[in-house]
Design a protein around this ligand. Sequence first.
Ligand code: 6PG
Length: 244
Amino acid sequence: MKRRIEVFETFYELGRRGAERFIAAAAAAITRRGEFTVALSGGLTPRPLFRVLASDEYLSRVDWRRTHFFWVDERCVPPAHPDSNYKAVFDLLLSKLPVDDTHFHRIPGEQSPEVAALSYEQDLRDFFAGQSPPRFDLVILGVGTDGHTASIFPGSRLAIDTSRYAVAIYVEKLDSHRVTLTLPVLNNAREVVFLVSGKEKADIGRAFLEENNQRYPAALVKPVEGSVTCMLDSEAASLLPEDK
Ligand code: 6PG
């Protein structure tokens, strides 16, 4: 499966073009099926995308009443905690939308990790009834400098070799308990978009995009019947070969 690579001059332009892809994916899904399902990652890179979608210029360009938000992963903290991925999206975008929280399928990070994972898995099974694994219209991912994506870190197979849709992960180096979507779910998406920014991501940006590279979890994201677009700013793309 070939990954499409798009490079944009600035961090902000990356966010704006990511918002355009979000809008296009939403329109296509709603036209085709009457609803749009999206799974969002945490971290800093997607935040300009959330801000752009919440802006006056963009807010009316998505049918929010037919949109359902899920999370790629979550830290096991309450939703009001500053580390919460739900909080980041709520503050920047969800709080501005004309819909109630039945559209927000957050991972209950306030529960114990395994209970939160099981609860989220049940929500996924209920919402995506009959789809095994759930098939998201759009999944927005980041990548860490170690090649992790979602909360799937190098050296851990827990979220890779599994029939589960969501699992609890303890990330020792971060001393962080998390819940993450599993690779089978990510690889059943219709569309995956990686957002990669900053010069500290230049090495990993080149490494995980090499076709034969399987060392990094991010490189394992290859939807069977879906597309992968890697959207990078110029700093993150600075080590990519010219022909990429
Ligand atoms: C999280 C994210 C994580 C993130 C990467 C990149 O919960 O932290 O889901 O996988 O996407 O760590 O983070 P940045 O965008 O901040 O570089």
